[in-house]
Design a protein around this ligand. Structure first.
Ligand code: MHF
Ligand code: KIV
Ligand code: MG
Length: 262
C-alpha cells in the first residue's frame, strides 16, 4: 500500500480496510492479513492506558507506539495520529511532532479538524509527508463537542462538514476519516471528494472503514457504540484461557514432563 493506492482503490471502487494497532505483537498478526493499512490512533490513550479520553496522549507516547507497530509490521502502511494540541502550537512545534512520528516509522500522519490549521496541513504535505484528514466526531474536541455524539445532524452542520472535507482535499490530504456522521452525509462527502473517505460510524457509502482493534475483537467489554461490530468474543476467550492456565497450575498438571527440562 502507498498513498497512490488510496486513490487507485477509490477509482476502482475497491473498499479500503484500516484497523488501529498500538503494539508489536498485534502488528505482526495484522501484517499477515489482507487489511490495507494500520492506524496508530491516539485512542491508545483509552484502549492501552486506561484514560477516559484521548487527551493524555502526547507525541512521545505516539512515537513509542508507532515504533513498536513498525517493528511488528515492517512492511505495513502505518498512519500515526498527531496527538492533542501537537499541531496547534505553531508551525515549528507541529513539524517537530510530525518528524518524531515519521522517524518512529509512520508512512503518514493524521490530524483532527481543519479550521485554524489548514496552513499547517499544507505545510506538512509540501514537506513530503502524507496527511490523512479527520472530521465529524473529533475526539480531541470532546469537551467542546459536549461528549462523543454523532455530528452533522442538521443541514447546516452537514454543509459545514462537506466544506471541511473539500478544504482538506484541496490542502493536499490523501484521504480523510469521517467519524460518527449520518450515513447519507458520509455517502455525499464520499461522492463529492476524489480522495477516499475512511468511515467509522459513517455508513456504508464511505470508500473504506476503520475500527479499533480491541473493539472488533470484543476485548472492550465496556465500549459498545452502535457502529462497532465484534468479530470475536475476545474478552471471554482470553478469560477462559487464563482460567485454564490457573487451573492447570493449581492442579499441578502444568508443567507436564514435555514442558520440563531433563
Ligand atoms: N475503543 C475505542 N473505540 C473507538 O472507536 C474510539 C475510541 N476508543 N476512542 C476515541 C474515539 C471515541 N469514539 C467514540 C466514543 C463514544 C461514542 C458513542 O458513545 N456514540 C454514541 C452516539 C450517541 C449519539 O447518537 O449521538 C452511540 O451510542 O453509538 C462514539 C465514538 C470513537 N473512538
Ligand atoms: C478512531 C480512529 C479514527 C482514531 O482516530 C483513533 O483510533 O485514534
Ligand atoms: Mg485518533
Amino acid at each position: 500500500m502507498t498513498t497512490l493506492d488510496f486513490r487507485k482503490y477509490k477509482n476502482e471502487n475497491k473498499p479500503i480496510s484500516m484497523i488501529t494497532c498500538y503494539d508489536s505483537w498485534s502488528a505482526a498478526i495484522i501484517e499477515e492479513t489482507d487489511i490495507d493499512c494500520i492506524l496508530v490512533g491516539d485512542s491508545l490513550a483509552m484502549t492501552m492506558h486506561g484514560y477516559d479520553s484521548t487527551l493524555p496522549a502526547n507525541t512521545e507516547l505516539m512515537a513509542l507506539h508507532t515504533a513498536a507497530v513498525r517493528r511488528g509490521a515492517p512492511n505495513g502502511f502505518i498512519i500515526g495520529d498527531m496527538p492533542f494540541l501537537s499541531f496547534r502550537k505553531g508551525l515549528v512545534p507541529a513539524m517537530e511532532a510530525v518528524e518524531k512520528i515519521m522517524r518512529a516509522g509512520a508512512n503518514a500522519v493524521k490530524l483532527e479538524g481543519y479550521a485554524g490549521h489548514g496552513d499547517i496541513i499544507s505545510h506538512i504535505v509540501d514537506s513530503g509527508v502524507p496527511v490523512m484528514g479527520h472530521i465529524g466526531l473529533t475526539p480531541q474536541s470532546v469537551h467542546q463537542l459536549g461528549g462523543y455524539k454523532v455530528q452533522g445532524k442538521s443541514d447546516e452542520k452537514a454543509r459545514e462538514l462537506m466544506e471541511e472535507a473539500v478544504a482538506l482535499e484541496e490542502a493536499g490530504c490523501f484521504a480523510v476519516v469521517l467519524e460518527c456522521v449520518p450515513a447519507p452525509i458520509g455517502q455525499a462527502i464520499s461522492q463529492k471528494l476524489t480522495i477516499p473517505t475512511i468511515g467509522i460510524g459513517a455508513g456504508n457509502g464511505c470508500d473504506g472503514q476503520v475500527l479499533v482493534l480491541q473493539d472488533m475483537l470484543g476485548l472492550n467489554n465496556k465500549f459498545q457504540p452502535k457502529f462497532v461490530r465484534t468479530y470475536m468474543k475476545g474478552f471471554e476467550t482470553i478469560k477462559t484461557a487464563l482460567n485454564e492456565y490457573d487451573r492447570t497450575v493449581k492442579d499441578r498438571s502444568f508443567p507436564a514432563e514435555e514442558e520440563s527440562y531433563s
